[in-house]
Design a protein. Structure first.
Length: 62
């Protein structure tokens, strides 16, 4: 799976602060989304999850 550099950077920064791997964090974000919404995981859903995570990260930074 290919993810944009800016997305990886956000997850790396957040994971570093949390003390565990960014790939684990990406997996958790996708799993959480699927659990909440029960949607099939396709490119559109992955993009939506990533946008939500980036928005949340931006809000966390202030």
């Amino acid at each position: 799976m290919y993810l944009d550099t800016d997305i990886i950077d956000v997850f790396r920064t957040r994971a570093e602060k949390a003390g565990y791997g960014y790939q684990t964090m990406i997996n958790e974000a996708l799993r959480e989304y699927l659990t909440k919404n029960g949607k099939l995981l396709d490119e559109t859903v992955i993009r939506q999850v990533i946008r939500e995570e980036l928005d949340r990260a931006a809000k966390d930074r202030g």
